[in-house]
Design a protein around this ligand. Structure first.
Ligand code: AMP
Ligand code: ZN
Ligand code: ZN
Length: 426
C-alpha cells in the first residue's frame, strides 16, 4: 500500500516510466524470482560510506561505484561545517545545517543537561529540533527501514511527547555487524511481502572512515577498505537485480579525509593556561568555554593570528560556515588548517593518520555523491553542491511533498531526472 502511494507520487513528480521494473540501471536479464516481482515499485536506498573522499572513486578499486556513477549522476558534494560524522549525517536527512538542526558536534554539552552528548546518545532531547526524512515518511504511511544511520535509533519527538517515531525497522549500531550482514539485512527487508516492505532504506558503512583515521587517506588499507565497500555494494546491486527490485540509490559520504601527523599539532596549553578554560572538543577544531572571570585572558591569547589555526568568538565565525548561533556551540571556536590538529597538549608519541572536521569547503573534505536508478538520467556530472540538497532529493524520490524552510533547495538536481522533470518546481 505504502509503496503504491510512493509510486503514484513519484510518477507524478518525475514522470518516471511507470515506476519501471528494471533493476538498478539495467533491465533484469532473467525473470524475477517471485511471481509478484513485476509489480515492484522502486525503493529509495540512501547509502553512506563514512569518510569516502570524492577522489577515492578514481583509485581504480571501485568498479561498482564507477559503473553506477557513469550510468547515473555524480559530482563533488561539500559537507556542512563541522565536517564531522554526526552533524553531517543529520544534515543529510533533515536538510538543515548543524547550527539549525542542533547536532553541532560529535560531542556536545548543554546547560540544560547533565549528560554530555556522545555518539552513543539516543535521548531525543538532543535530536528533536528537526525531523529526519524517515519520520515524515512514516507519518505519511511510507514504510522506512534503517540499516544503521546516526539518529535512526532515536525515538524522534519523544522529548516532548509520550512516544517518538523511529523507522519501522532499525538496528542498534554495532560495528561488529560486517558489510555483507548489513547488505543481506537490506535485501531481506526487500524480500518481504509488499505490506511490510520498506520504500525507503538507509545503509551505512564505517570501514573507509576507520581506515582513513588509522592509516591516512593515502594508506593502502584505506584503498583496501574502498574496495571492500565497493564489493558490498556490488552484492547489493546483484541482490536487487535477482529480486527484480528497482532501486534509486543515493550514495553519499558525510565528509572526506585529510592526512594528519603528530608533527603538525598546536598545543593549546602552550598558548593559554589550561586551568582557565573548559574544552568541549579538540582535534581538527577546538571548541571551548573560558571559565568564570577568564574570558578576557583566554580571548587575548586565542583571538590573535596563529600559524595553522584561526579562533573566533562564536558570534564572529565567518558567515560562510553557517555556524555560531546554536546555544550548544561553546563561546570560542578554533579551526585548524587542513592537516593540522589542535590538542589540549603536545602529543607524547609520534603518530600519523587522517582526520576531518576542517573547513567544509577544503578540497580534502569533498564527499562522494552518486545517484543511480530508474529516476535518474545517465551520465550526468553535477557542479559542486552542498549536502543540504540531499534532503529535498530524498523527499522527491520517496514521494513526499517539498519541505519549506530547510537549507537545501535541490535545484542542483534540475535536469538529472529521467523524463526531464526538474526538482525545483513541479
Ligand atoms: P567520526 O569521529 O566523526 O569519524 O565518527 C565516526 C564514528 O562514528 C565511527 O567510528 C562509527 O563507528 C561511529 N558511528 C557511526 N554511526 C553510528 C551510530 N549510529 N551510533 C554510534 N556511533 C556511530
Ligand atoms: Zn564520518
Ligand atoms: Zn571519521
Amino acid at each position: 500500500m505504502a509503496t503504491a502511494v510512493t509510486c503514484l507520487l513519484a510518477a507524478a513528480v518525475f514522470t518516471l516510466s511507470g515506476c519501471a521494473t528494471s533493476g538498478p540501471g539495467e533491465a533484469p536479464s532473467q525473470p524475477p524470482v517471485s511471481g509478484s516481482a513485476a509489480a515492484r515499485q522502486p525503493v529509495t536506498i540512501l547509502i553512506s560510506i563514512d569518510g569516502f573522499r570524492d577522489d577515492y572513486l578514481r583509485r581504480g578499486v571501485s568498479p561498482t561505484l564507477s559503473r553506477l556513477a557513469a550510468a547515473g549522476v555524480t559530482g563533488i558534494m561539500h559537507p556542512s561545517f563541522p565536517s564531522k560524522t554526526f552533524p553531517n549525517h543529520w544534515t543529510l536527512v533533515t536538510g538543515l545545517r548543524p547550527d539549525r538542526h542542533g547536532i553541532v558536534g560529535n560531542r556536545m554539552e548543554a546547560s540544560e543537561r547533565k549528560e554530555v552528548f556522545t555518539m552513543a546518545t539516543d535521548d531525543p532531547w538532543w535530536w528533536d529540533a528537526a525531523p529526519p526524512v524517515w519520520v515524515d515518511a512514516e507519518k505519511a504511511g511510507i514504510r522506512t527501514a534503517a540499516m544503521f544511520w546516526p539518529g535512526a535509533n532515536v525515538a524522534f519527538g519523544g522529548a516532548s511527547g509520550p512516544t517518538g517515531t523511529r523507522p519501522s525497522d532499525w538496528v542498534p549500531y554495532n560495528q561488529a555487524v560486517n558489510d555483507s550482514q548489513r547488505v543481506n539485512t537490506v535485501l531481506d527487508w526487500l524480500r518481504r511481502p509488499e505490506e511490510i516492505r520498506p520504500s525507503f532504506v538507509t545503509l551505512y558503512f564505517d570501514k573507509v572512515d576507520a581506515a582513513g583515521h588509522l592509516h591516512g587517506p593515502d594508506g593502502a588499507q584505506t584503498t583496501q577498505a574502498v574496495a571492500e565497500v565497493d564489493a558490498a555494494i556490488g552484492t547489493l546491486v546483484a541482490g536487487l537485480k535477482a529480486l527484480g527490485q528497482p532501486a534509486n540509490l543515493v550514495i553519499v559520504a558525510d565528509h572526506g579525509m585529510a592526512a594528519t601527523s603528530s608533527e603538525r599539532t598546536i598545543a593549546l596549553d602552550t598558548l593559554v593556561d589550561p586551568s582557565r578554560y573548559h574544552l568541549v572538543e579538540t582535534g581538527t577544531f577546538a571548541s571551548l568555554a573560558p571559565l568564570s572571570g577568564a574570558a578576557e585572558e583566554v580571548e587575548r591569547s586565542l583571538l590573535v593570528p596563529h600559524e595553522h589555526m584561526q579562533c573566533w568568538r562564536k558570534a564572529d565565525i565567518p558567515a560562510r560556515f553557517h555556524y555560531g548561533s546554536n546555544p550548544r556551540i561553546p563561546p570560542i571556536l578554533c579551526l585548524a588548517e587542513p592537516g593540522w590538529l589542535i590538542l589540549a597538549s603536545a602529543p607524547r608519541q609520534p603518530a600519523s593518520g587522517g582526520n576531518h572536521g576542517y573547513d567544509n569547503m577544503a578540497p580534502e573534505m569533498n564527499a562522494l555523491f552518486i545517484a543511480h536508478g530508474p529516476a535518474f538520467a545517465a551520465g550526468r556530472v553535477l557542479p559542486d553542491f552542498e549536502n543540504v540538497d540531499i534532503y529535498p532529493l530524498l523527499r522527491r524520490l520517496i514521494g513526499l511533498p517539498a519541505a519549506a524552510g530547510v537549507d537545501g533547495d535541490g535545484v542542483v538536481f534540475r535536469g538529472v531526472f529521467r523524463g526531464g522533470a526538474t526538482p525545483g518546481g513541479d
